[in-house]
Design a protein around this ligand. Sequence first.
Ligand SMILES: O=C(O)CCC(=O)C(=O)O
Ligand SMILES: [Fe+2]
Length: 417
Amino acid sequence: MEERHRRAWEKLALYPLTRPRGATGRHSPRRRARAPTRPAPSRAVPLSTEPARVDADPRRADEIARALRLAQEGRERELEHALRTLGFTRRLTPRALAYAAEYHAMRAAAGEHGHAPHAGCVCALDGALAPALLARARAALGPDARFWRETGYLGSSAPVGYFSYVHALSAPATSAMDELIARVRALIMPHFPLVSRARYAEWWAHNRAHGCGHQLHFDSDNEGDGGVRNPIASVVLFLSAAGGPTLVTQQTLASNALAPHGWLAYPRENRLVAFDGRLLHSVVPGRAAFATDRRRVTVMVAFWRDIRTRDPPSGAGAGAGAAGASALGPARSFPDPRAPGTPAWVADFAPLGAADGGLSDSEGGAGCGGEVRVAPVVPVRPVWLHVQPAAEEPGGGGTGGQASLALPPYDELFQGL
Ligand SMILES: O=C(O)CCC(=O)C(=O)O
Ligand SMILES: [Fe+2]
């Protein structure tokens, strides 16, 4: 791979985000692969089902939004033309961008063979949290939870960047988030045994409009500053069933090629999707055909053997607002509910305790009520198609060829955002 391409892909990992509004990924726009053309997403909170705009140039953003519509509607020929004009050379397969409803996607996938097995890469489980813990998680982080406004994730005119909280796994559970983390960890341990060596969990959350996606990215410590480091495993826990699926590909930062294989995991309340923390992943923008006013709310948990907690100098509060905004950032300690100045939302994370089925034993596994079931992930292969050069434009309705897997510059990939 050419060195400049390598650097662009590495920058991608320097990019963890909160993009409530923009729908980019865990990565701050200023660190995107091609910052001049992909600046900060608009601060406007997407409250509609409109796809998010992530391009600074409003005309280009409009054209990308139009291309997404073409992709979602299967208008291949117009799409190819639009993408060529925009300078994209590869595009996500219609399997992803025009994803079918989950049932149909599963049926279609079931008839195919030769997909990469997903074991060790990704797994999905339904019924992840016991009812009491799910209710607590929804009260604390559900679509209408005060967390979103108090932190400034939603409704704030001042930008709030990526922010996350770190919990030591050896410490006793003092919050519902500790209980959630213990539960999630116990559930994914059989699928990702290295998680048994994790000593910390980092969590963050997203609350997006249906049409908002999240760009392909690698989860990384401290937004990749000081070197990219991936977690052992990352988990997406759905608190609602809106928006597009999570796409996990087999590509890692060390890959010299685009991944041929990927998997789609569909949003469903209380579904957990866990994947190897090295893998490139994204959120596909929700299809207009399935539009809903409901929001796509997810809690992410990354498991780390080591991660440094990065607390601001004491005195700063833990929320947004005049005094507290500076306290938000990557890898903070979870606020102490008794500390002066702790924002009100922290109280929503009061622990359930064993009696309520929160953390019912040291593994958070037994007695949690409800049945946990393996949920489907839909294999996607190929992940990428070529945007045909003009001379080779297909006679119409072409599907584009499977893309050569040589790693192109990140910004040549059309992801619908
Ligand atoms: O919400 C999702 O499905 C995944 C989000 C994600 O990858 C992230 O926030 O790092
Ligand atoms: Fe991520």
